[in-house]
Design a protein around this ligand. Structure first.
Ligand SMILES: [Zn+2]
Length: 806
């Protein structure tokens, strides 16, 4: 992990800056005087690290983290000693508050601290690192390394930044810091040290009494979100039936259909929500939750919230009465939550219930309580604004956006302090994963407005992070800093991060990011159909991706690549950031080629760069998940087809164009031609079908449904000779499909080598995902009555039409 060379000059200047800052901030305090502290000289030290007397797992981690980094920075071994081994002449770094530390600090220094606050200070020649709460001492250690020794860890895809400084002299210092957000949760990929050391606590601070349970104890929470069907699974073939191994039953819809929502037509339906107005359902649900607490000890929080399906909870008279009682659609589930919180308070004091405030027609709007009324104090509200358009933050005047922020503030008025948490969506889902979206300021604004509205816990639903999308690492780093101090100097952090990441290309990278952000901010009218996710790829959704902007930005990148040509890490970072722009370039290829024919010549060079970034190994050694492989193939197919596009067939006349999506499958088979250029094809190009059968079969398949029972595999068609007109494209209606994240349209029962990964392109979390699918096919060759010598089946397009929710 030791890094010499290029970082040293940057870090030296940073180091000097922090030393100076330390001097300035220390001037008013009473311990500012005295001599400086010589932490190391020429790779040797006089200091010892004094470990806490009662060593928790977190403290052990704090001690080893400190001594490891001190060794890497100075080259000196800092011995770890216990309090009893210290003589008055030793120079010490005290971790935590042992008897020796208390002698210097006075009685009960923690009494003056708020939860999670931590102190980093020197007194004379000694250093004291301590803090309040389960991770308090660790926070202090990390603060010391960051502020006094310029330690940084910018991204999980990189190694920590450590400057080699065999001699370190510190001015006296005394710093106290805390966290703006008490609960800090992110998805922890690759390396948990990165997240611990950047201050993530995964919600454990509030509840983490069992300090020895794990390495660094995380909040015990077996089911994170959308849990109601996990406690009451409708049937054994749903994903919910796999959540809890200890649950005895998985067939509730069979025996108790009244446990489940009633449709507007008065029918009980298995795949919507629970009927919380039903007293028998409540009894069974509470029984299963109590069982959960009994069989899996250590749960400090129980999640009970809606299934991830749209529309109000239930249309039965009891649920409708509860909507009326609480002045909104949240009524049925809220009434049950009050009951559950009362039960847990009595039987499991200290255990919390967490529930989603989610979707305007479900639970985003709080219940209307009598004046001054509060929700139970063991209820945590997890506010998840997925219906907000991802281009806007809460400073945007759009009425729907403002409505969401008003809902959050209304929750704050009735929620106990510290119990209002929120989801942050740093990156869009859907087509916005691959397109450039400048939203650093959006995240900053959201986090500040959340904090103003009383939010004290953050979970980042961070799409793009596993693919290492261009902005995801700077987004994450900014989020960690804002979690710590919501008023931190984000401009300075952005400069520091980009300087580190792009070296000489940093100024131009910042220019690109600023212009991209301006493009987003100029969107006064928000595009329709865009929530936290959107499947749309059109000029209305991405108005700033004009030919002019794409061209100008590509020229920025040409310069940035030149500026980083001698530094492979920085060049890769530039190309990672460029990847989304390369996707946008391929999307707009024909327009760009027409406007700038001298510049845009070979589309394959853009595709090649995307693929190279997708296959790159990160500095820290891991390989991220490739981004947009299917989308890339789609774009290449369109370009290969020459950009022609045939109008939709008659069947689609009069349908709102925004409800229609067109795709091409791809032949992944081992042999034969994958594609055919065909002037008769809708886009001048068609996919060949691998190993075609006769009768010709194709269909829809959800990989998530493990061994689905007969009749539930999704629609499939079998074409006989009479259904086929050889030599021309003909449209076949496959039927209604429910798109899931891992669902395909496949061709030929003998192969499936040709298929469309439809879920990748079309699935929207939390939506109904109901579509009508059509497939356009052309047959030739002896098996199909055609004149060609060999059998050939081509698919030139798959047309999907969105069906209305309900
Ligand atoms: Zn009901």
């Amino acid at each position: 992990m030791l890094m010499h060379g290029k970082y040293n000059s940057i870090l030296r200047s940073m180091f000097l800056a922090v030393v100076l800052a330390g001097l300035i901030s220390c001037r008013p305090c009473s311990f500012s005087g005295g001599p400086s502290l010589e932490l190391a000289r020429d790779g040797r030290t006089d200091y010892a690290v004094v470990k806490p007397e009662k060593l928790t797992k977190v403290d052990e981690y704090a001690v080893s983290t400190l001594t490891n980094y001190l060794f890497q920075i100075t080259g000196a071994v800092f011995p770890v000693v216990s309090s009893g081994e210290v003589s008055p002449t030793n120079k010490c770094i005290f971790i935590g508050l042992g008897a020796q530390a208390l002698k210097a600090l006075g009685n009960d220094p923690l009494a003056k601290l708020k939860d999670q606050e931590h102190v980093t200070r020197s007194i004379g020649q000694n250093i004291y690192l301590y803090g309040k709460g389960i991770h308090g001492n660790l926070h202090s250690v990390m603060e010391f390394l960051g502020s006094s020794l310029a330690w940084r860890w910018y991204s999980v895809y990189e190694k920590p930044v450590i400057s080699s400084m065999p001699s370190v002299t510190l001015s006296p210092f005394n710093r106290k810091k805390g966290f703006s957000y008490v609960s800090r949760e992110v998805a922890t990929q690759w390396n948990s040290d990165f997240y611990y050391q950047n201050g993530m606590n995964m919600g454990s601070e509030k509840w983490g009494k069992d300090t020895n349970s794990r390495f660094v104890p995380y909040l015990r929470n077996d089911k994170f979100v959308h849990s109601s069907f996990s406690y009451i699974p409708p049937s054994p073939d749903t994903v919910y039936s796999h959540t809890f191994k200890w649950l005895e039953r998985t067939n509730y819809f069979e025996t108790n259909p009244n446990f489940f929502s009633m449709s507007p037509a008065g029918k009980r339906i298995a795949n919507r929500q629970l009927c919380f107005g039903n007293p028998d359902l409540r009894k069974e649900l509470s029984k299963n939750i109590l069982k959960h607490l009994a069989v899996v000890p250590g749960n400090q929080i129980i999640t009970l919230d809606a299934a991830d399906t749209p529309d109000t909870f239930c249309y039965c008279p009891e649920c409708k009465a509860l909507e009326k009682k609480y002045g909104g659609s949240i009524g049925p589930i809220y009434d049950y939550l009050v009951e559950l919180c009362g039960l847990l308070k009595e039987k499991h004091p200290g255990v919390y219930v967490k529930t989603l405030a989610y979707r305007r027609d479900q639970s985003q709007k709080p219940p209307v309580l009598p004046a001054g009324g509060k929700i139970p104090d063991n209820l945590i509200i997890s506010f998840a604004p997925i219906e907000d358009c991802y281009f806007a933050d809460w400073t945007h005047p759009d009425p729907k956006i403002q409505e969401t922020y008003a809902d959050l503030k209304a929750w704050n008025a009735i929620t106990h302090a510290g119990n209002l948490w929120a989801w942050l969506y740093p990156n869009p889902w859907g087509t916005g994963i691959e397109m450039p979206v400048g939203n650093l300021k959006r995240n900053i604004n959201q986090m500040r407005l959340m904090h103003q509205a009383g939010v004290r816990g953050i979970f980042t639903d961070h799409c793009g992070y596993v693919q290492r999308s261009g902005l995801s690492e700077i987004q994450s780093y900014l989020i960690y800093k804002l979690m710590q101090d919501v008023n931190c100097d984000t401009d300075a952090i952005l400069v520091e991060f980009t300087d580190h990441r792009f070296g000489a290309a940093a100024p131009l990278a910042r220019k690109y990011l600023a212009e991209l952000e301006q493009g987003r901010e100029a969107m006064t009218n928000l595009p329709p159909g865009v929530r936290f996710s959107s499947p749309n790829l059109d000029d209305q959704t991405f108005p700033y991706l004009t030919a002019e902007n794409i061209y100008r930005w590509q020229t920025y990148y040409d310069s940035m690549e030149k500026e980083t040509a001698g530094t492979p890490d920085e060049l890769l970072n530039v190309r990672v950031l460029r990847r989304e722009l390369d996707f946008a370039t391929l999307w707009k290829w024909f327009e760009l080629k027409k406007a700038y024919p001298d510049y845009f010549k070979d589309h394959m060079s853009y595709a090649g760069r995307i693929t190279a970034v997708n296959n790159a190994t990160a500095q820290a050694g891991m390989k991220h998940r490739p981004m947009g492989e299917g989308t890339l193939q789609d774009f290449l197919a369109v370009i290969q087809g020459g950009g022609q596009s045939r109008a939709l067939p008659q069947e689609f006349a009069g349908i709102d164009q925004s409800l229609i999506k067109q795709y091409q499958p791809r032949n992944y088979g081992r042999s034969g031609r994958k594609t055919a250029v065909d002037p008769g094809a809708a886009f001048g190009y068609a996919a060949t079908i691998d190993n075609p059968d006769m009768p010709f079969q194709f269909g829809f398949y959800q990989w998530e449904a493990r061994n689905p029972p007969k009749g539930k595999q999704g629609p499939r068609l079998s074409l006989e000779r009479k259904d086929i007109v050889p030599g021309e494209y003909r449209l076949y209606r496959l039927g209604t499909i429910t798109v899931t994240p891992d669902s395909w349209i496949w061709f030929s029962a003998k192969s499936w080598g040709t298929h469309l990964e439809l879920g990748n392109r079309l699935y929207e979390p939390g939506a109904d995902n109901l579509w009508e699918a059509w497939v356009s096919l052309k047959f030739n060759g002896p098996s199909y009555g055609g004149t060609a010598t060999n059998d050939q089946v081509l698919c030139d397009r798959i047309i999907c039409v969105r069906k209305a929710d309900k």
